[in-house]
Design a protein around this ligand. Structure first.
Ligand code: UD1
Length: 418
């Protein structure tokens, strides 16, 4: 069992490079298996456990996968199975993109229901509604989703809730449907646009990604392409928040500042100094920040994935802060861990009322999910004394080498095996 050990109290100085976006990469890999000819060469792939998991899954379907540093080459011309029913598939969320990808290309797929972070009920009714509208028959049997269609035909689909997963999944299937599919009320996250750009590089015809209407004109075949994944908005946000919390000055490279606007705006409101340039942000903080209220929302609102890291910062900010988690029903489980470190937080349903304390103190805690893990790392970095974080496999699912990146900025953090 591995744990992270942190001796808190150091300020952060220097510069770091943000990796490719997890939530884009975990959709782009499944999208790559839609190429009927040629290879997809995808750069800026983050070195995280969820990508390793997806690699194994697509290899299991018969794809040839080659990893070279941050680059992955996928040759999917030799796919021999339309069944993705393995422990890896059940472990991660993004495996559900195999449904849309296989349905689009082969008009059939059997994929085990996905896992992922325990942050609330995670239904896939909007995905199913979209596949059915395209003409597929969808059955859930023995814990797997079975989709099948004679042919897929473009349709108008209005999503009842704004869903990242459903938007991408239906976009995948529609890319190879006959005619035009119009997606209304889609998610607008940067990774939606990235996946659409990737599919267009493969020969798809998708317009409007990033707006309230996406128009997909089906094509007959997709082919291999060269592509580079966008920078990770959430990893960048996490390092911005950590710098704000620890104090110091950090240049955060390889970012798209536009994607960080909602995070930057909140940090500026708290008293952090942020300079935005073309592809980096410079974050300066003298600590003693003031608390703020946050309501998570789909993009361009404040990202739910940054809410937990932000709660660690708010726990030592002056006055009262209120977090309203509007996307997930139970994404405040990490609060009990923060309380072990001295935070003063009361949870009422989806709301956390945080009264800032002067300091946190190191403790033995666990990462209850991926972004909760990032919150515990930040809490450890600002605490007096030593913190040990367990269940860090959650963190490794989405943050590449988190301890090395923080160590390079002057933090006292290392990984230990027990
Ligand atoms: C993705 C991200 C996750 C992020 C979330 C919201 C990946 C791999 N994960 O998750 O990190 O927190 O977006 O930004 O990209 N919903 C339904 N029916 C559906 C689908 C979703 O009711 O069919 C609801 C969910 O319960 C949730 C909300 O819609 O309350 C948003 O979910 P969604 O955007 O689909 O999240 P994921 O794609 O699972």
């Amino acid at each position: 069992m591995e744990k992270l050990v942190i001796n808190g109290g150091n300020s952060l100085f220097g510069s770091i490079d943000i990796s490719g976006a997890k939530n884009a990469a975990v959709a782009i890999l499944p999208a790559a298996i839609m190429a009927g000819s040629g290879k997809c060469v995808i750069d800026n792939i983050p070195d995280i456990a969820d990508i390793n998991c997806l690699e194994r899954i697509v290899e299991g379907l018969g794809c040839l996968v080659e990893r070279n540093g941050n680059s992955i080459t996928i040759d999917s011309t030799s796919i021999s199975s339309l069944n993705a029913c393995t422990e890896d598939v059940r472990r991660m969320r993004a495996s559900y993109y195999l449904i849309g990808a296989l349905l689009g290309r082969f008009k059939e797929a059997r994929v085990d229901l996905p896992g992922g972070c325990p942050i609330g009920v995670r239904p896939i009714d909007q995905h199913i509604k979209g596949f059915e509208a395209l003409g597929a028959e969808v059955k859930i049997e023995h814990g797997a989703v079975h989709v099948k269609a004679e042919k897929l035909k473009g349709a108008n689909i209005f999503f009842d809730v704004v869903s990242v997963g459903a938007t991408i999944n239906v976009m995948l299937a529609a890319a190879l449907a006959e005619g035009v599919t119009v997606l209304e009320n889609p998610a607008r996250e940067p990774h939606i646009v990235d996946v659409a750009n990737f599919l267009n590089s493969m020969g798809a015809n998708i317009k409007g990604a990033g707006t309230d209407t996406i128009r997909v004109t089906g094509v007959e075949e997709l082919t291999g392409c060269n592509y580079s994944v966008i920078p990770d908005q959430i990893e960048a946000g996490t390092f911005m928040i950590a710098t704000a919390a620890c104090g110091g000055e950090v240049k955060i490279n390889n970012v798209i500042p536009k994607h960080l606007e909602s995070i930057s705006a909140k940090l500026i409101e708290m008293g952090v100094d942020i300079v935005e340039e073309d592809d980096y942000v410079l974050v300066k903080s003298e600590k003693n920040l003031k608390g703020v209220n946050i309501k998570t929302a789909p993009y361009p609102g404040f990202p739910t994935d940054v809410q937990q890291p932000m709660s660690a910062l708010l726990s030592i900010s002056k006055g009262r802060s209120i977090i309203n988690e509007s996307v997930w029903e139970s994404r405040l489980k990490h609060v009990d861990e923060l309380k072990k470190m001295g935070a003063n937080i009361k949870v009422e349903g989806r709301t956390a009322i945080i009264d800032g304390v002067n300091k946190l103190t190191g403790a033995i805690v666990k990462a209850t999910d991926l972004r909760a893990g990032a919150a515990m790392v930040i809490a450890g970095l600002i605490s007096e004394g030593a913190t040990e974080i367990y269940s860090i496999e959650h963190i490794d699912r989405g943050y590449p080498h988190i301890e090395n990146k923080f160590k390079a900025l002057g933090a006292d953090i290392h990984r230990e095996n027990e």
